[in-house]
Design a protein around this ligand. Structure first.
Ligand code: SF4
Length: 510
């Protein structure tokens, strides 16, 4: 007979492999939920930061919970979703804090609430149920589809706002009072039941509260045993599709090398430098060299091709990197100019030369397909580029279909279409066969992400229908198709953000 899955056993094994776990108890305990499985949640620097931040206030503690790796097996175990540290059902906590990275995690919120026995929709919950507070990267673009499931959404950076928000929730005599207090006193708190669709601007934390860094190191994450630290936050560049571009929270904020290094614990053996534009930090080579000199491996998110040089590449190799990962994003020079990615082909060839010269095995380039105005000519230019670059160094492409996000100049651009994206990918695959390896994310799921990224509450509610009907692409399509055609495109009001639509940009025909 097959052995029954025991969720407690898995949690205990994972806890035994962690360093830095906070096992405190306190009168003000919150369940910190990540709506994706443990290995993804524990690779999130934001989730780890909030975990430590909650504990920084005496008497206040956070216990973690995650969407189970196998939701069906967990359901069959009949164990209510529980926190790892306390083995306590998340439904027993007065507050559940949820960190949401992107649109497709809304399904994970629904599944987690259901496994916890908590009514899914905010309007169905009463004083016996936890207050559900969401935040995270999704709040920088469009958290409206989350609105049906949560009581409040904390917009933007939470380092300085989390405790003031929790102060009010714990002090309030009722959920309604808490919501009114937050709406009145916390400028970055979005209360859908009070604000409707009018979201406040994102918060910006004081630099004194940064840089963010890991609390727990564990082998069981996507970034195995890696201590994460953020040498800079934000970006001073202006890529048209990017939520973290220069207009968001005043662009890039750099932190002193000494401060960054001082946060790395003695026992760390692998260090990940995380940020929107880490290679734009003026001391990045010094930082990488100093970490390698301590005997640590080092990894970086977001290497910018135009920032690579011999010294930096040598330091990365000494730090154990074997694949050089960078992004080009637009298939052709014309598209890169249009999206203001501004990577001349010569920069990419130079990156390939450096990759070979320093003994990396491979260069991996991130790319988007389906950008507005893209044609077969752009794809053919990419094919030609692949042929030439693969003569310099083995190259692979990681391709994502373009999804327009709100709060960017490309907001409102159409999705190129599932069939069209698949056709262009096929053209590309055929054109580079035997030369360059291609991995792409699904055009179908990119479309689902697009509908949610551009949608509001109705699209958010449709996720519940999709999850109820199995959560397949087909279930999402049916749920979105069932929405009324005349539903309004919801306005987004962000008085604090200097943005604007790409009025002059030629968008694809509707
Ligand atoms: S895509 Fe990267 S380089 Fe461009 S604005 Fe965003 S974070 Fe900066």
């Amino acid at each position: 007979m097959a052995q029954r899955f025991d969720p407690y056993e898995l949690a205990a094994r994972r806890l035994s492999e962690e360093r830095g776990t906070l096992y405190e108890e306190g009168p003000e305990a919150i369940a910190l939920l990540y709506p994706s499985p443990y290995p993804t949640g524990m690779s999130s620097l934001g989730f780890q930061t909030i975990y430590r931040l909650v504990h920084s206030r005496p008497g206040r503690v956070a216990h973690r919970a995650f969407l189970p790796d196998d939701v069906e097996a967990h359901r069959q175990s009949r164990v209510p979703l529980f926190t790892y540290e306390a083995r306590r059902p998340i439904g027993d906590y007065p507050v559940i804090g949820i960190s949401v990275a992107y649109e497709l995690e809304i399904a994970g919120i629904i599944q987690s609430l259901e496994l916890a026995g908590i009514p899914i929709f905010a309007e169905e919950r009463n004083e016996r149920h936890p207050f559900v507070l969401a935040g995270g990267p999704l709040t920088f673009s469009n958290p409206l589809p989350l609105a049906p499931y949560v009581d409040a959404i904390l917009m933007g950076e939470a380092e300085d706002t989390l405790h003031p928000v929790l102060d009010r929730i714990f002090a309030a005599g009722s959920r309604r009072e808490a919501l009114e207090l937050l709406a009145r006193e916390i400028p970055s708190a979005f209360i859908p039941s009070i604000h409707g669709v009018h979201m406040p601007p994102v918060a910006k934390s004081d630099d004194a509260s940064l840089p963010a860094h890991s609390q727990i190191i564990t082998a069981d994450t996507e970034l195995r045993d890696m201590f994460l630290v953020e040498p800079e936050r934000g970006c001073h560049r202006g890529c048209m599709y990017c939520v973290m571009r220069r207009s968001t929270n005043d662009g890039m904020r750099k932190f002193e090398m000494e401060r960054v290094l001082s946060l790395i614990p003695e026992h760390a053996t692998r260090v990940g430098l995380v940020g929107a534009a880490t290679t734009d930090h003026p001391q990045i080579s010094d930082i990488v060299e100093a970490i390698v000199d301590r005997g640590c491996e080092v990894g970086l998110s977001s290497l910018r091709a135009d920032r690579l040089n011999d010294r930096f590449m040598a330091a990365l190799r000494r730090g154990g990197q074997t694949v050089l990962t960078t992004a080009s994003d637009g298939a052709s020079h014309r598209l890169r100019e249009m999206i203001q990615r501004k990577n001349d082909e010569s920069v990419l060839f130079r990156a390939a030369e450096l990759t070979r010269r320093h003994g990396f095995k491979r260069m991996k380039l991130y790319m988007m397909v389906g950008l507005p105005t893209e044609t077969d000519d752009d794809i053919d230019e990419l094919i030609d580029f692949c042929h030439r670059v693969s003569k310099i160094v083995p190259t692979s492409l990681g391709i994502a279909p373009f999804v327009a996000k709100r709060n960017t100049p490309l907001d409102g651009a159409d999705f190129a279409g599932i069939r069209e994206v698949e056709r262009r990918l096929e053209r590309l695959r055929k054109g580079v066969r035997g030369k360059v390896e291609i991995r792409s994310t699904s055009a179908r799921w990119a479309w689902v992400e697009y509908v949610l990224a551009q949608g509001g509450e109705p699209e958010g509610r449709a996720v519940y229908e999709a999850v109820k009907n199995g959560g397949s692409y087909r279930a999402y399509k049916d749920a979105f198709d069932a929405l009324p055609d005349d539903r309004p495109r919801r306005p987004i009001v962000r008085p604090g953000n200097r943005l604007g639509r790409a009025g002059a940009l030629p968008l694809v025909d509707r």
